[in-house]
Design a protein around this ligand. Structure first.
Ligand code: PMP
Length: 395
């Protein structure tokens, strides 16, 4: 069989060796995996979820084991509305503004398929979330990035890039205003306001990807951009993956009902509906405040792990490493003096440590000495050992 003859160019466009590596090495325990974005399974509220799953299957098995509406199970959407309002200050949302998806990743893909035509511009932070880059590349968008300087997106530079672009080609601004992946930076209120002003001036649609707002370590949850959005200009995406469990594969998009309808049309030809059983389990969990009750524990465990990583990096690498201690999220984004983290990756794997080389996180001007390091999944001992293996690899 001539299988290559079967293929379109899409698999090549979205090919991502780093993602393949992360997934492959997640199950290979001998390699210390600092590359992924996995939660620590010890913080999963597994006993509560077990009890809830049992209750769902007793009380609602007829609905929970059935197909369900493409936009999401009504009970779950109702709980999302309340969760966004009480935890994040996103108020005034109605259920017809919500599309439930199989992780926020699916919502992002379906949104891109719905909105982006070849040659359209998507403006991003630089660096940004690398799997989003693959999504936008799948639809032949032109990616244009503005740098994050001292933890703040340079909105003036972003505006400059927008100005250079034909208005009909300006499609989306994709940002992570809180706990940006990979840098861990959160925009100040001023930066958020500035970004909204620019979006208004040029009539831009913003996609706010927000998996990590609640995963923060300094005692305050920053306001999402969506909470400041008076014009329904912000499409908001979030997920159960980091605050509850990624295995549920549940995320959602909040947008104007017109957009929700259009994206739903696309989503339903991908998977008809998101896992119904998961949605019922999550609805019950939200109703009984499982996430809120578990957050303190999550923050305590991750704060300690973050501290282990930044302490070990400073101690082992001294002046050869540069990073900003993250106040939220799951990563340290580090620059290593004189190292090419891409070419060093093979040696790192031989030394049984995996990281995410930073070059693929940039949409332009890659920093080849950068790496994204995850501190939530490995144990503190493994974090420290992993950092020492990085030293052996790089110097
Ligand atoms: N956006 C960002 C910024 C992420 O870090 C992730 C998970 N790594 C996702 C989206 C997708 O998460 P999920 O599909 O599990 O909701």
């Amino acid at each position: 069989m001539d299988f290559p003859k079967l293929l379109t160019d899409v698999p090549k466009k979205v090919e991502n060796k780093d993602l393949d590596n992360i997934l492959a090495y997640t199950v290979r325990q001998e390699v210390i995996n600092l590359a992924g974005g996995l939660p620590d399974p010890s913080v999963f509220p597994h006993e509560q979820l077990r009890d809830i799953a049992e209750r769902v299957l007793k009380e609602n098995f007829d609905k929970a084991l059935q197909y369900s509406p493409a936009t999401g199970v009504p009970e779950f959407k109702k709980e999302i509305v309340s969760y966004l309002s009480r935890g994040l200050g996103i108020t005034g949302i109605t259920e017809d503004q919500i599309l439930v998806s199989s992780g926020s990743q699916e919502a992002l893909f379906a949104l891109a398929m719905t909105t982006v035509s070849p040659g359209d511009y998507v403006f991003t932070e630089n660096p940004t979330y690398y799997v989003a880059v693959s999504v936008f590349r799948a639809f032949d968008s032109v990616l244009s990035g503005a740098p994050i300087v001292k933890g703040q997106l340079n909105v003036d530079l972003l505006e400059g890039k927008v100005k250079e672009t034909p208005p009909e080609r300006r499609k989306l601004v994709y940002v992570m205003p809180n706990a940006q992946n990979p840098t861990g930076a959160s925009m100040s209120e001023e930066t958020k306001k500035h970004l909204l002003e620019v979006a208004e001036r040029y009539d831009l649609t913003i996609v706010e990807d927000d998996p990590y707002s609640l995963i923060n370590y300094e005692g305050k949850t920053p306001r999402p951009l969506k909470a400041m959005d008076k014009e329904n200009r912000v499409i908001y995406m979030s997920t159960m993956s980091k605050v509850l469990a990624p295995g549920l594969r549940l995320g959602w998009m909040v947008a104007d009902p017109y957009l929700v309808k259009a994206v739903t049309n696309v989503k339903q030809v991908i998977d008809l509906n998101t896992n119904t059983l998961s949605q019922y389990v999550a609805a019950y969990a939200l109703k009984s405040r499982v996430i809120e009750n578990n957050l303190e524990n999550v923050r305590r465990v991750y704060t300690s792990k973050r501290n282990a990583m930044v302490d070990e990096l400073s101690e082992v690498f001294k002046d050869k490493v540069e990073f900003v201690k993250p106040e939220s999220g799951m990563f340290v984004f580090a620059l290593f003096k004189g190292v090419n983290t891409r070419t060093a990756l093979e040696k790192a794997i031989a030394n049984s440590v995996l990281y995410l080389p930073g070059d693929s996180l940039y949409v332009s001007d890659p920093q080849y000495n950068s790496a994204r390091l995850n501190f939530t999944y490995p144990s503190e001992d493994k974090i420290r050992e992993g950092v020492r293996r990085l030293k052996k690899t790089f110097y």
